[in-house]
Design a protein around this ligand. Structure first.
Ligand code: S3P
Length: 164
């Protein structure tokens, strides 16, 4: 692994990981996409059919697999919630970068999205509360945090590559 990008839903992890991988000349991996490919069904379907615990189990197993790749990894928003995932990411020995958007920005970005079961139907306050509940877990495993509200994905990528 070259770098790991973490952050709440809608923080831009996937977009930035792709741009960073391009810049570094390596592959980008998206943990959610990897789960979807392996399960041959969407995140929404996995949650509906087998529940969140099953999703988290697969997320953990596939994280361990994917950490061996020489690539930039975008995790899911909930990946750092498990201590064993945080440990695995720390032990990968590469920078873990937290992307942080404000609750307002996050809410706007997730409007009308029905692919994320834990964000569907949440108003701005509830989404902000969920984000705050997760702050500690995110901060525990991040080496760097970037506030993204006023930045374009390219600017964020530039900033990360300066940190690597
Ligand atoms: C989740 C975030 C999602 C996905 C799943 C659960 C979460 O990933 O893993 O819907 O708990 O925050 P994104 O952050 O890529 O949306």
């Amino acid at each position: 692994m070259k770098a790991i990008i973490i952050g709440f839903m809608g923080s831009g992890k996937t977009t930035v990981s792709r741009l960073l991988a391009q810049k570094l000349g390596c592959r980008a991996f998206d943990l959610d996409e990897y789960i979807v490919e392996n399960e041959r069904r969407s995140v929404k379907q996995i949650f509906e059919e087998d529940g969140e615990d099953y999703f988290r189990k697969r997320e953990h197993e596939l994280l361990l697999e994917i950490l061996k790749e020489d690539a930039v990894l975008a995790t899911g928003g909930g990946t750092p919630l498990r201590e064993d995932n945080r440990m695995a990411m720390k032990n990968a020995g590469v920078p873990v970068i937290l992307l942080e958007a404000s609750s307002k920005e996050t809410f706007e970005r997730l409007q009308g999205d029905d692919t994320r079961p834990l964000a569907t139907g949440l108003d701005e306050t509830s989404l902000g509360n969920l984000k705050n509940q997760r702050r500690q877990a995110y901060e525990e495993c991040a080496d760097y945090a970037i506030k993204t509200d006023e930045m374009t994905p390219l600017e964020i990528t530039e900033k990360i590559s300066e940190l690597l």
